[in-house]
Design a protein around this ligand. Structure first.
Ligand code: SF4
Length: 114
């Protein structure tokens, strides 16, 4: 199976990748930073999911567990953790404790998904 050309967003970057049909290797066709509009759409989707979807405590705990061992986590205090890879800055709604409870939020490094 050949994946052809496809898009992938990781962290603050949007990739276009292509699978070489003979070797199967993935080749980066283009790499561009996510636009402010893309980031805003992801944020709005995550905020809306708080009222449209439920999230279970085990999922929240699992997200916390993953972040607690991640090199990108910045622990300011016990209840103020931030992700250095998401590009959100440090404000109330970007705290990881808030994001873990947003059903549609995702880890920018795809370590956990919505
Ligand atoms: S959100 Fe993802 S990248 Fe950020 S600290 Fe958590 S696991 Fe690491």
């Amino acid at each position: 199976m050949n994946l052809g050309e496809f898009k992938l967003a990781v962290g603050n970057w949007s990739y276009v990748l292509k699978q070489d049909s003979t070797t199967g290797e993935l080749i980066v066709v283009s790499l561009t930073p996510k636009t402010l509009i893309q980031k805003a759409k992801e944020y709005v989707k995550a905020e809306i999911s708080v009222v449209t979807h439920k999230i279970s405590l085990p999922v929240i705990d699992q997200r916390k567990e993953v972040c607690s061992t991640c090199d990108s986590v910045k622990q300011v205090s016990e209840d103020r953790w931030f992700c250095k890879s998401c590009g959100c800055g440090e404000w109330e709604r970007s705290r990881l404790q808030v994001k873990w409870e947003m059903p549609a939020a995702t880890s920018p490094l795809r370590k956990w998904t919505g």
